[in-house]
Design a protein around this ligand. Structure first.
Ligand code: ATP
Ligand code: MG
Length: 400
């Protein structure tokens, strides 16, 4: 008996014009995800079928649970699309999966995508239900609240029988919504923002602003570890390390005591805009959350956002910190994020950052030094690291 995984796309099937792109991208992503395993993947307009070695089942399922765009899946049994073959398969499925020492109520639900099949769905339900009643004395029909559902999908060459449907990760296949740059700090919020944007089908590259020697290589390593966690869902990504030290020191030299964070974030956005052009990114994603810190009041956001015209996506903008932490724990980034290494933003935090900054004042401070040439210098000295799930520290040490 052939066992296989049957994948249901869900939400993406509502996007009629894009259906092909969505299915092809999901196919590519699943293939990449399972590339070390011996699997056969087929797809059609409504389902994907994955055949695998039975001893790999656990690992295949674990990996599929890391792929966005899978709405639901079932472990199904394949039969030829003939009444008798389907009946035999139903019998085997029940014998293999159900403890026959108990009594059950059941219902058969047939979906017939092959409309040329000799019986319609209702007739199939009756035929297969009758077969179960005849062969399994411990089974009784209950169409309202059955203990056991028997699903039968009849397609042109093959049919599929299964008992359960499991929830997938949902979302859109990564890559179907274009590319964005995630501002990834070592904190709790930005990896969560990254995860939520990946879920919407956005392909990410990552940007980390670094201020060595004020920040340590451990802090960079922490960002790399976070990036690896995201790549479980996102596939391979670039991590662009921005040498921010000189610019940041200039900001602290020229800005009034309450303004450095505001100016620093305007500089970050200016650099993000340049990086977006270089890496053909359509948006900036970050972990800003309204009201969380002084630079995230609506006034601050206006003044800071003023330097860029690229859309800025803030997936955690309206979540409470506790809600963000819940997601961070779920995606396994929380324990990394709370490691104590300083980030470039925390090193220089003034005691009383301005919460209602004025745009004129920012422009006045920025006119005191030639930040453009500092930004040009930064753009010529980026460090780019390719990160994937298997990325090893050894490779990272090679680069240093
Ligand atoms: P997080 O917990 O993600 O660091 P935060 O609450 O500390 O967020 P801020 O430090 O104000 O918030 O930063 C807001 C957002 O700006 C971060 O979520 C991140 O997207 C971006 N950011 C801050 N510092 C850096 C950095 N060093 N490199 C890249 N992005 C950064
Ligand atoms: Mg931070």
């Amino acid at each position: 008996m052939d066992r296989l995984i049957l994948i249901k796309y869900g939400e993406l099937t509502t996007k009629k014009g894009n259906r092909k792109l969505f299915i092809n991208t999901l196919y590519k992503n699943i293939k990449e995800k399972l590339n070390n395993l011996n699997v056969d993947i087929q797809s059609d307009i409504s389902r994907m079928y994955i055949e695998y070695n039975s001893f790999d089942e656990e690992i295949v399922l674990k990996k599929l649970n890391e792929v966005f765009g899978i709405h639901a899946y079932s472990i199904a049994y394949k039969a030829n699309s003939k009444i008798d073959d389907i009946k035999n398969t139903i019998k085997e499925v029940l014998n293999n999966n159900i403890d026959m020492n108990n009594n059950y109520t059941f219902k058969v639900e047939t979906k017939r995508s092959d409309k040329t099949f000799i019986k319609d769905s209702m007739e199939c339900n009756n035929e297969f239900g009758g077969f179960v009643l005849k062969n399994f004395k411990n089974f009784k029909v209950d169409v309202h609240n059955p203990n056991v559902m028997i699903y039968v999908e009849i397609r042109k060459n093959y049919s599929y029988v299964y008992l359960n449907e499991y929830k997938g990760l949902g979302g859109y296949p990564v890559g179907t919504l274009g590319k964005a740059l995630l501002m990834l700090s070592g904190g709790i919020d930005s990896p969560v923002a990254g995860y939520l944007s990946i879920k919407r089908g956005i392909k990410l590259d990552l940007v980390y602003f670094e201020a060595i020697p004020h920040t340590s290589l451990e802090a960079r390593n922490k960002v790399i570890e976070l990036a690896k966690k995201l790549s479980i869902y996102a596939g391979e990504m670039r991590l662009i390390v921005v040498p921010f030290t000189k610019l940041q020191e200039s900001i602290y030299k020229y800005a009034d005591p309450t303004y450095p964070i505001t100016i620093m974030r305007r500089m970050m956005y200016r650099i993000m805009e340049k990086l977006s052009k270089r890496y053909k990114s359509l948006a900036i994603v970050n972990g800003e959350s309204v009201g969380q810190v002084a630079s995230q009041t609506l006034t601050s956001m206006n003044v800071i956002n003023n330097v860029t015209s690229i859309p800025v996506i803030r997936p955690v903008a309206c979540l409470d910190k506790l809600e963000i932490i819940d997601i961070a724990k779920k995606i396994d980034t929380y324990d990394i994020s709370i490691l104590p290494y300083e980030d470039c933003c925390t090193v220089f935090v003034p005691k009383h950052p301005v919460i209602n900054p004025s745009l004129d004042k920012c422009i006045e401070i920025e006119s005191k030094f030639d930040y453009n040439s500092l930004i040009d210098e930064i753009m010529n000295n980026l460090l780019v690291i390719k990160i994937n799930e298997e990325y090893e520290d050894a490779k990272y040490k090679d680069i240093l």
